[in-house]
Design a protein around this ligand. Structure first.
Ligand code: FAD
Length: 500
């Protein structure tokens, strides 16, 4: 029976795993080892709605505490300055998997010309507002949001929760491991210490100390679908720019560029394919389009793909050690949150004595989640008919989307109907059918079954979108809403744990 768990790494993945294990299985001894000299990756700042859900609803962390210590800003979705429309918004609400009264077809059939103000989050995004106002003037904070959060600050906050919850953190560099047929017995530190455990979580980031170096589990690359493998990252202190309630993804000549909105800092990163342009060329375009960048930027290299199995013997990899896909949809922390919960459930169900079939099922489920993300991201590139460079031509011609061939064929014949849901993968991800429809309709993917809009439908279409736009125009900016939640009289509804 598993009694002691050693988590390798205290980046966001290791800490979220350790906190979840400790919270949900309190009888487990949970320790972390990390090397402060190696440090954390320091990027990874956009999230999806399963992230606040894990923090507040699953772990029961107090919102008051978290907002005070981590200083997040809200994210309603992603603005894509991308593709043949030039711009479309992907919210965490339901824009297209929806049917309005009086309209014959789902909403996607009406979006040939307009893709704005389809539901409240999309109207708020369009107006650069984050929440409506309640009658008493306070922000009406809805669950369809995620956060922008600074990676290093977030890690520091989670470390303080770890200390409060009895998760011990040891500093030291792992230089080797002691393994036998059943897996890892101990890790050996540079200063000679030996740390033993029954079960290990490998959250050592791209170094993959256990799953890669010790157990040699092969890496399955996504290079046939996702061509980008590098980012040049930089940012500047916010001046008078408003804090936008969304991440922006700008199409670039050889990839794309994120813009993440922290309260006092704007973070930018240009993701590109290093076999098509040099770092210097990327830097030149990045600077030309972002004149506020400081003198220093940094290059981050990555390889999209995942370990063939995430759970091998007594080691489970969570975070960048398990796999990585480029940050186009900020899915890394989404997967960390999902996989941590799955692991806890599996351990509870097998009463801390994992069976081979449980391990197989875990690996099957986590594999499907990686493949789903690979295909979803590949769609962003392959459908983009607007890019003129060799990079975009390559995306249109070579992106391997065989994993969702059935969906694409179904869509081509039938259009943006909700029945497309039966042609997407088995994994219920945060983007789901809504995400696929937004990408297909947002990028004007052609389909046969066109709907002829009646005059009555056209009236409803215009009226409803006008009402949503008017409501959103009276909403609150991020800066205003931050003032409210920082007021001493502000109380978070349903806060489980009181501030420390
Ligand atoms: C360009 C880029 C942009 C990204 N953007 C996003 C985003 O917007 N949203 C998102 O969700 N994710 C994003 N990510 C991913 C995100 O950064 C990570 O998934 C997330 O922070 C988790 O990282 P981690 O904890 O797995 O690894 P890390 O943060 O790298 O932590 C690794 C830990 O392991 C420890 N360690 C390593 N080797 C040893 C050793 N030998 N001995 C002891 N300790 C060791 C380190 O000290 C550290 O504590 C992005 C990633 C990249 C590359």
């Amino acid at each position: 029976m598993i009694q002691n768990v050693l988590v390798v790494g205290s980046g966001s993945a290791g800490l979220l795993a350790a906190l979840s294990l400790k919270k949900k299985i309190p009888q487990l001894g949970v320790k972390i080892v990390r090397d402060p000299e190696i440090g954390v990756i320091g990027v990874g700042e956009g999230t999806t709605p399963n992230f606040p859900n894990l923090l507040f609803d699953y772990l029961g962390i107090s919102r008051a505490d978290f907002y005070r210590r981590a200083q997040p800003t809200w994210k309603l979705g992603i603005r894509f300055n991308w593709g043949p429309r030039g711009r479309f918004d992907y919210t965490f609400g339901r824009q297209l998997d929806a049917h309005w009264p009086g309209m014959e077809r789902p909403i996607g059939f009406y979006c040939d010309d307009d893709f704005d103000n389809l539901e409240l989050p999309s109207a708020l995004m369009r107006a650069d507002k984050v929440f409506l106002r309640q009658q008493n003037g306070c922000p009406d904070i809805q669950p369809w949001h995620a956060f922008h959060i600074e990676n290093e600050q977030f890690v520091a906050v989670l470390e303080s929760f770890a200390a409060d919850w009895g998760v011990e953190i040891t500093d030291g560099k792992i230089v080797s491991t002691d393994t036998d047929g059943s897996g890892v017995k101990a890790v050996l530190l540079e200063d000679g210490r030996r740390l033993e455990a029954d079960f290990f979580i490998d959250s050592s980031g791209f170094r993959a100390e256990l799953i890669g170096k010790a157990l040699d589990e092969p890496y399955v690359p996504f290079s046939k679908t996702l061509f980008c493998d590098r980012a040049v990252v930089g940012g500047w202190q916010r001046e008078d720019e408003p804090i936008l309630p969304y991440t922006t993804a700008d199409q670039m000549d050889w990839g794309w560029c994120w813009r993440i909105e922290h309260e006092h800092h704007v973070n930018r990163g240009y993701v590109y394919a290093s076999d098509m342009i040099s770092d210097e060329q990327a830097e030149e375009e990045f600077r030309r389009k972002n004149p506020k960048l400081p003198d220093t930027t940094r290059i981050v290299k990555f390889s999209s793909g995942h370990r063939r199995r995430m759970w091998v013997k007594n080691v489970v990899a969570i975070g960048n050690s398990a796999g990585f896909v480029e940050p186009l949809e900020a899915t890394a922390l989404m997967l960390v949150c999902a996989h941590v919960r799955t692991l806890v459930d599996f351990l509870l169900h097998c009463e801390l004595e994992p069976t081979p079939s449980m391990v197989d099922l875990y690996n099957e489920q986590t594999n499907v989640s990686w493949e789903d993300i690979r295909d979803f991201l590949g769609l962003h590139y392959q459908l983009n008919t607007a890019g003129e460079t060799d990079f975009w031509r390559r995306c249109r011609e070579e992106t391997d989307l065989s994993g969702i061939g059935d969906l694409l064929e179904f869509y081509r014949e039938n259009g943006p109907t909700g029945f497309c849901r039966y042609r997407i993968g088995k994994w219920e991800s945060d983007f789901g059918i809504e995400g696929y429809l937004v990408m297909l309709v947002g990028q004007r993917a052609p389909y046969d079954k066109r709907h002829k809009v009646t005059p009555a439908e056209d009236t409803i279409w215009k009226q409803r979108r006008h009402q949503l736009a008017a409501a959103a125009a009276g909403g609150m900016t991020v800066a205003e809403a931050l003032q409210y939640v920082r007021h001493p009289n502000w109380r978070w509804h349903g806060d489980a744990q009181k501030s420390a």
